[in-house]
Write a protein that binds this ligand. Structure first.
Ligand SMILES: [Zn+2]
Length: 281
């Protein structure tokens, strides 16, 4: 079985000490394709280099939580990077972009401006987008109706059925990950169970969104214990999706891999990364 982790921040500092081992564990687990979204101009080169070194894919964009420290010229730098890499088959999307209305103290107006500008770039370069959706689905959808892009993924989706349908109507797939593994995540589980089979894609968002079996209690976190998610967890997360849908694990692997290609068509040409591909720290 081969799995595609459609959202993994493999370049994050959390992996600096053992990135090669993390990649090796992913391969052993059958996670042979990954999409590495960028978060700011400063990590564009890193996600690109990692994707090339390991046979994976990447996206370029400015994450809503990084908008406050970005300067306006960064949108021009993103445009230049998209132009320079547009013929690179491993560049599969503009991302991670979006709106975060959960984290307090962010400049919403600035987030909205960066989001819209990046949708315009996705449209210009005919690339799908990887969306960060956090208490912001309706505002994201409003701009998507105005600036039409070639679909993509609403990552870590946690909205209503109506909002899910609105993303689907605009050609989007929805990303499911560690949150799905919590029994109390009733709304996410209901969506994962009932949405059309062509909709769910799998993701870890590693090192974030640890699944239930890696989760640390508030007390443990207060003691400094931190859970780190990694792409090798994907098949076990997928088992939750398979159980909810009544799929075998094999079906879950093939259906979600096909959905990932529907969302990010350039993945089709990449296939699975060669097992012997070199790793780098
Ligand atoms: Zn992310």
């Amino acid at each position: 079985m081969h799995w595609t982790d459609t959202h993994c921040h493999l370049d994050a500092p959390e992996f600096d000490a053992d990135r090669a081992e993390v990649l090796a564990r992913a391969r052993v687990a059958g996670v042979t394709q990954m999409v590495l979204p960028a978060v700011e101009v400063a990590n564009f080169a890193a996600v690109r280099a990692l994707a090339h070194a390991n046979g994976h894919a990447y996206a370029l964009g400015i994450h809503p939580l990084y908008v406050d420290r970005a300067d306006d010229g960064d949108l021009d730098r993103l445009r230049d990077a998209l132009a320079a890499n547009h013929d690179d088959p491993r560049l599969v999307a503009v991302g991670e972009i979006g709106l975060d209305h959960f984290v307090p103290g962010l400049d919403r107006e600035r987030q909205a401006r960066f989001y819209s500008a990046q949708l315009v770039l996705a449209r210009e370069f005919a690339l799908p987008v990887i969306l960060h959706v956090r208490r912001s689905a309706d505002d994201l959808l409003r701009q998507l109706r105005r600036i039409v892009v070639p679909g993509g993924i609403a990552h870590a989706f946690n909205g209503s059925e109506q909002q899910a349908q609105a993303f689907i109507d605009l050609g989007f797939r929805l990303g499911f990950g560690g949150a799905l593994t919590f029994e109390r995540a009733l709304q996410i589980r209901r969506l994962a169970q009932t949405l059309p089979a062509t909709v769910p894609v799998l993701e870890t968002d590693a090192p974030d969104i640890p699944p239930q079996w890696l989760y640390r209690s508030a007390e443990a976190r207060a003691r400094g214990e931190r859970a780190r998610n990694e792409p090798a967890e994907l098949p076990r997360i997928a088992a939750t999706l398979a159980a909810l849908r009544g799929w075998t694990l094999e079906q879950a692997a093939s259906i979600t891999a096909a959905n990932a290609i529907l969302a990010l068509p350039r993945l089709a040409a990449l296939g699975s990364s060669p097992p012997g591909a070199g790793t780098r720290r």
